[in-house]
Ligand binder design. Structure first.
Ligand SMILES: *Cc1c(COP(=O)(O)O)cnc(C)c1O
Length: 358
């Protein structure tokens, strides 16, 4: 199978090899060193600034989305949530569950937030803004510069879910006034699922330390204090953290985040060029390098997903809900090559020849 989904994605061989090893005991100086290096590289790759910290949560991306809302907001906050798809809806739901006062900016799916839409909320007393910078469900990438400036102007605490965007699109915490960035192991980090990562600016660390969270597992204060010695409060997904370590070091050795992003961007561009003459419409007006969302003409999008899986050994990413038959997505993250793009595009051309796409 070739995997063009948005996660879990394909891992490089040196990362996969670690998954075959025995899981080492982790309350050791050796594992602490790995964790400290993971934290250091994440802070470097995101330009998180002085006294910033990174926390590794054993749990998928949603665990960190919830932990961040619980630990950085409280009853005095009034938060804006950008809702342009399934992941935005999830943040809104998390705020509901934890009684965080919030206003949702509901967008038409597939459309980016505009300056005028955002500035309707200017000077209205909001204390925070929460966004999935790449709304993976629809393939829309929002304007990070615009949002960061808005938050700075309004003195708002800025939380960015970059779970599918970190390493694929540019993100610079200091430059974009980002207070918290979240990512996950199974997206562009290209490791197995099970770990999510929270990068906290100095301001965010202070918020966490001043907050009284009613949770044991999701109390980031204990994660931060354990992290000072390279440890976690509870047994983490040890192997995945070792795989993340390998992956981060590989990125560093191969030119850092900029060259990793350039690689993903080149794969995306190559794919988008190759499909120009196919009966497929790109259905986002603001793309991430991570994903191309496509509306097929002729067949249902979900049927295309099934046919590619069962007859061509290719996974693309289906959509759920109201987009199920309308849109499928092609990911450009993970260990993929230009030859893989050729294979996928040849399969799509074959579907056209067979009259399935027209
Ligand atoms: C994948 C993803 C998540 C997290 O999903 P999990 O299944 O919990 O890992 C959250 N937000 C975005 C934008 C994502 O792409």
């Amino acid at each position: 199978m070739i995997n063009f989904t948005v996660g879990p994605v394909q891992s490089e061989d040196s990362v996969r090899a670690i998954g075959a090893e025995q899981v080492p005991y982790f309350r050791t100086a050796e594992f602490s060193e790995i964790m400290k290096e993971n934290e250091k590289l994440m802070l470097e790759f995101t330009n998180a600034g002085e006294n910033a910290r990174t926390v590794f949560i054993t749990g998928s991306g949603t665990a960190s989305m919830e932990a961040v809302v619980m630990n950085t907001f409280d009853e005095n906050d009034n938060v804006l949530v950008i809702v342009g798809g399934g992941f935005g809806q999830r943040f809104s739901q998390i705020c509901d569950i934890h009684d965080i006062k919030h206003t949702d900016i509901n967008l038409e799916f597939g459309k980016a937030l505009t300056y005028d839409e955002l500035y309707q909320y200017d000077n209205k007393g909001y204390t925070g803004l929460v966004v999935n910078i790449h709304e993976t469900s629809t393939g829309v990438h929002y304007d990070l510069d615009m949002l960061g400036e808005f938050c700075k102007k309004n003195g708002m605490f800025f939380v960015v879910d970059a779970i599918s965007s970190f390493l694929a699109d540019e993100i610079d915490l200091a430059k974009n006034n980002v207070d918290v960035m979240i990512t996950g192991s199974q997206k562009a980090l290209a490791c197995p699922p099970g770990i999510s990562v929270i990068v906290l600016s100095e301001k965010a660390v202070k918020r966490v330390e001043g907050n009284n969270v009613k949770s044991m597992y999701f109390d980031l204060k204990s994660a931060l204090s354990n992290g000072e010695r390279g440890q976690t409060p509870f047994t983490p997904a040890v192997s995945i953290l070792r795989q993340i370590n390998k992956r981060l070091k590989n990125i560093k050795e191969n030119g850092g985040v900029d060259s990793e992003r350039a690689k993903i961007a080149a794969l995306a561009e190559d794919f988008r060029n190759r499909i120009k003459d196919l009966p497929l419409e790109i259905v986002s007006n603001s793309l991430s390098n991570a994903v191309t969302p496509l509306a097929p003409k002729g067949a249902s999008a979900n049927d295309i997903f099934l046919i590619l899986k069962d007859e061509y050994n290719i996974w693309v990413c289906p959509n759920g809900g109201e987009l199920k038959d309308k849109v499928f997505r092609v990911g450009h993250i993970g260990a993929l090559t230009i030859e893989d793009n050729e294979t996928l595009v040849n399969a799509l051309k074959d579907l056209e020849k067979r009259g399935i796409l027209f």
